[in-house]
Design a protein around this ligand. Structure first.
Ligand code: AMP
Length: 219
């Protein structure tokens, strides 16, 4: 991909979005910007903001739009996004956030928004079984854990069950996805930048679908 690619990955939680963003970021050498990771770092730092964010995240709710837009505005202002572009993971999650993103990235906007499509029942089952590397975000599951204990195969970090992967929080997040985030599919379609990719299958198969669609768009 030539420098300056600006990508958004949309999809229900459990669609493998985080894993695929990590892979795409390495493949195209663009920064992977995950709002969930930014919030989890604030939680780890133990700031007052982190404590409030943790309560919201553990309940499966959304952090207010103005807070998220402020975080993203600051992040997109950093030098590493200017030349090469970026991959956004977990932002935008509401129409108000998408409109703010449009203002932040004007006049060019973003190049491609990919909807990683996965049925709700499959997402629910995947999330209940999900294990994740706290350092690099690689996903595992109780059926397919890391090779050695709870140590990440990719980076050696700790593999954990996320605090917000309780059944109640998962159901709440999937409901909020339908209400707040699914309308973004039509939003990006109207702007001519939407692609839909089937998220079923192995991570390798999904990565291949993604790179082939992105490469086609770029050429
Ligand atoms: P994720 O790692 O993307 O699943 O995000 C974990 C949690 O962080 C979500 O369930 C929300 O509580 C919060 N969060 C992440 N990104 C956003 C966003 N763009 N808007 C609102 N809340 C967010």
């Amino acid at each position: 991909m030539n420098p300056g690619a600006r990508l958004v990955l949309l999809g229900r939680q459990g669609s493998g979005k985080g894993t695929q963003c990590t892979r795409l970021s390495r493949h195209y050498v663009v920064p992977h910007i995950s709002t969930g990771d930014i919030l989890r770092a604030a939680v780890r730092d133990g700031t007052e903001f982190g404590r409030r964010a943790r309560e919201i995240m553990d309940a499966g709710n959304l952090v207010p739009d103005d807070v998220m837009v402020g975080i993203m505005d600051e992040r997109l202002d950093r030098d590493d996004t200017r030349g090469r572009g970026f991959i956004l993971d977990g932002f935008p999650r509401t129409v108000a956030q998408a409109e703010a993103l449009e203002r932040m990235t004007a006049p060019r906007g973003i190049d491609v928004a990919i909807n990683l499509d996965l049925p709700r029942e499959v997402a629910l089952a995947r999330l209940i079984a999900r294990l994740i590397c706290a350092d690099c975000g690689t996903n595992y599951s109780t059926a397919d854990p890391p090779k050695y204990g709870m140590t990440c195969d990719v980076c050696g970090g700790d593999v954990v069950h996320r605090d917000d992967d309780t059944e109640a929080a998962i159901v709440r997040r999937l409901d909020l996805y339908e209400e707040e985030t699914a309308p973004l599919i039509a939003y990006f379609d109207e702007r001519g930048v939407l692609e839909t990719v089937d998220a079923m299958g192995t991570p390798d198969a999904v990565s291949e679908r993604l790179t082939s669609i992105i490469d086609k768009r770029r050429n």
